[in-house]
Design a protein around this ligand. Structure first.
Ligand code: GDP
Length: 576
């Protein structure tokens, strides 16, 4: 029936039958289960051998329409999808508004502009779509969900301000996504504008402008004066042509959710951009765990429309639940099939919550490489100050192995933010912090996205652990061995320092082991045990159920209900 075995096992449990995937079941039972999932169950009598064989006839495969190879001749050019990114106040929103305004003024028919999160303009007869939610966190969040919506990122840099921290961040997010990058130097109208300086900064960051013999399109614009916008659009069209962005409008429809909200009147509503096929009113669809039928389609001018072509955005009404940003809307044959697939996905999500997905971590680097999945260790690096950042990067690049490269996707001074976690999640990277905190919003995102965050307070420990992970390629024998956990019941400020009053909740805590502090399941500090006491005595270990006082070396910011995880790093002989 094409169902996952756990679905069938669950149905069997409902019938009080506890089966494993290899258990044979009675024909009557099989018939019941087939019926439940919309299949016809038939028995076939065989003459020879006399045995009774049962077959199941598929009347409706419960999968989304498969995406066939697109015949070349059915491919048509589609609108390029553009995202503006850059430092706050450099003019992303103003540019988006200015572009839209010129086009509306120049005679786009009727309608009042709606902010649905994306819009399209027509330039020289060709549509261009803009995603109207600037920000690299949103961009990487989508990528983290496996959605690749943007074709071209326009890095917006204010001519009077030049490269700023978020410009670098945005650039690194765009680079990690592997999309085409263009640059718009904005605010060129200002007397303080220093275009030359911005171009030099671009050159220093491998974005050599075309006019200097490089390959990066750099445009000088002013959002407030409206200058340079035409050349900006023209260059986008040309870039789109170079990218040969094509899609088949006759293929089965797939679209990506870029925004979703609960509309008081219409229910769950999402802005989607069509990737292939044509989105049409009346079509049944599945989207993540939800399903529905396209009830209404509204364009960025607030008009009801019947269909949406590839590359174009629209608001879609008709979901049975609020879809997630980045999820795909996929056309289904019937609403019934959509519902069935939705049930299956909901069940899968429920079960998945119990299992921990496998993501990159320093410890699993080796296994991933053995699988042939990866040849590099991707890192996002945050440190307290610029000086330590440079020192660490230099030391990391000095680690030499034949088999793995270090790829530092982003590095900056400052606390670990949500954006850092999303970038790591989208690119399957590990986040490394040196003498920095992790912002509380980032803690929950890291937990949700299962991104490994490693915090260090001693440079050589950081470099050693990365090196160990990389040497693990040759001999995978550095592993964490968990010993136990202790929960902090109370924090004591004593004259000899701050002590965490704990109860051991499983395993044991050892004085000589390594320790990390977990808050809400996410590591906030990683180091080693400093002191371990029972009442007034130093002890080598404390077992499950007992209370103890713990100090972790180099850490004092304990909070009640933090968990101290005690573990060993087991090492075996390694050779390069
Ligand atoms: P965002 O944070 O990147 O979206 O930036 P905004 O679009 O909100 O712009 C920030 C400020 O810069 C606003 O006060 C704008 O009016 C101003 N601004 C934007 N573009 C220009 C420009 O081309 N020239 C000048 N002089 N000011 C601009």
């Amino acid at each position: 029936m094409g169902l996952r075995s756990f679905i069938v096992m669950k149905d069997l449990i409902d019938l009080k039958i506890f089966a494993r995937p290899d258990t044979a079941i009675e024909a009557d039972i099989a018939a019941k289960i087939c019926e439940k999932h919309g299949f016809i169950f038939e028995r076939e009598k065989r003459e020879k051998g006399g045995g009774v064989h049962t077959i199941v006839e598929v009347i409706e495969p419960p999968t989304a329409k498969t995406i066939e190879e697109e015949p070349q001749e059915q491919l048509e050019l589609r609108a390029p999808i553009i995202t503006f990114m850059g430092h706050v106040d450099h003019g992303k929103t103003s540019l988006l508004d200015a572009i839209r305004k010129t086009k509306v003024v120049s005679g786009e028919a009727g309608g009042i502009t709606q902010h649905i999160g994306a819009y399209s303009v027509v330039h020289n007869g060709h549509p261009i779509t803009f995603i109207d939610t600037p920000g690299h966190a949103a961009f990487s969040e989508m990528r983290a969900r496996g959605a690749h919506v943007t074709d071209i990122v326009v890095l917006v840099i204010a001519a009077d301000d030049g490269f700023m921290p978020q410009t670098v961040e945005a650039l690194n997010h765009a680079k990690a996504a592997g999309v085409t990058i263009m640059v718009a130097i904005n605010k060129c109208d200002l007397p303080t504008a220093n275009i030359m300086r911005v171009k030099q900064q671009l050159q220093e960051r491998d974005l050599m402008p075309v006019e200097w013999g490089g390959s990066t399109e750099v445009l000088e614009v002013s959002a407030t004066k409206g200058t340079g916008l035409d050349s900006l659009l023209e260059t986008m069209s040309l870039q789109a042509e170079v990218l040969e962005l094509k899609a088949n409008p006759k293929a089965s429809m797939r679209a990506t959710v870029i925004e979703s909200r609960m509309d008081p009147g219409r229910g769950p509503t999402a802005t989607v951009i069509v990737q292939s096929g044509t989105l049409e009113v009346g079509e049944p669809f599945i989207c993540g765990p939800y399903f529905g039928k396209v009830r209404t389609l509204i364009n960025d001018l607030g008009q009801n429309i019947k269909k949406v072509m590839p590359g174009m955005p629209a608001e879609l009404v008709g979901f049975n639940g609020l879809p997630n940003v980045g999820d795909e809307v996929i056309e289904m044959e019937t609403e019934r099939a959509a519902k069935r697939l939705s049930d299956e996905r909901l069940e899968e999500i429920r079960l998945k919550k119990l299992a921990v997905p496998r993501r990159s971590s320093l410890e699993t680097l080796f296994a991933n490489i053995e699988d042939g999945q990866r040849k590099n260790l991707r890192l996002v690096l945050k440190t307290d100050v610029q000086g330590s950042l440079e020192a660490i990067i230099k030391m990391l690049h000095e680690i030499k192995t034949d088999k793995v490269d270090i790829d530092i996707l982003h590095s900056a001074a400052g606390p670990i933010s949500e954006g850092d976690i999303l970038l790591a999640s989208a690119s399957d990277a590990v986040v490394i912090g040196f003498n920095v905190k992790i912002e509380s919003t980032a803690v929950s995102v890291a937990k949700r996205e299962v991104v490994q965050v490693k915090l260090f307070s001693i440079i050589y420990e950081l470099v050693d652990q990365v090196k160990e992970a990389m040497l693990g390629l040759l001999d995978p024998e550095t592993r964490e061995k968990p010993l136990g956990h202790a929960r902090i019941k109370q924090v004591f400020k004593l004259t000899r320092g701050i002590v965490a009053g704990c109860v051991v909740t499983d395993g044991r805590i050892e004085r000589k082991a390594r320790a990390r502090v977990l808050r809400g399941g996410q590591s906030v500090f990683d180091g080693h045990m400093d002191t371990l006491r029972r009442f007034h005595d130093e002890v080598p270990e404390v077992r499950n159920g007992l209370e103890c006082g713990i100090r972790v070396a180099g850490y004092t910011e304990y909070q009640e209900d933090d968990v101290i995880e005690c573990y060993l790093l087991e090492k075996f002989a390694q050779a390069l």
